[in-house]
Design a protein. Structure first.
Length: 137
């Protein structure tokens, strides 16, 4: 997807077009500081066909961090995928403590970010989905 200004011209605004990245959260997010999530959480990069599974045995995989109204963020792991500034800024630093690609824990050359080689990026579009699978009968 291209970024365009109001006149339809292309805009170079440091957005990372073409990457489809995200995460699955096993538990709902909370408005207050809360540690949540289990090892069914995962991160993905559909563009490069990468899935980062949860490293089993961690006390949490999702963090809602609200210091004040101007500083809110949601995190997968500590630094694995951090979403800030009302979804305008994303950072990713995979350390292998909460999420890892394949058998990455034993590999020498590890993938360092959800977009390999890029630790900070801005989304051009954001989609949030929620499903309620309760039986309605």
């Amino acid at each position: 997807m291209e970024n365009e200004d109001k006149d339809g011209r292309g805009v170079d605004d440091n957005r990372d077009n073409g990457y489809i990245v995200g995460g699955y959260a096993s538990h709902g997010w909370s408005a207050s500081f809360n540690l949540r999530g289990d090892d069914t959480c995962f991160l993905f990069n559909l563009t490069q066909n990468l899935r980062f599974n949860a490293v089993k045995g961690q006390p949490h995989y999702q963090v809602t961090d609200v210091q004040d109204q101007s500083s809110r963020r949601i995190k997968f792991g500590d630094t694995d995928l951090v979403i800030e500034d009302d979804f305008q800024s994303l950072t990713s630093k995979l350390k292998g403590t909460h999420f890892a690609f394949g058998n990455q824990l034993t590999q020498k050359n590890k993938i360092d970010s959800i977009i390999p080689g890029k630790k900070k990026f801005s989304p051009s579009d954001v989609e949030v989905w929620a499903f309620n699978l309760k039986n309605s009968m």
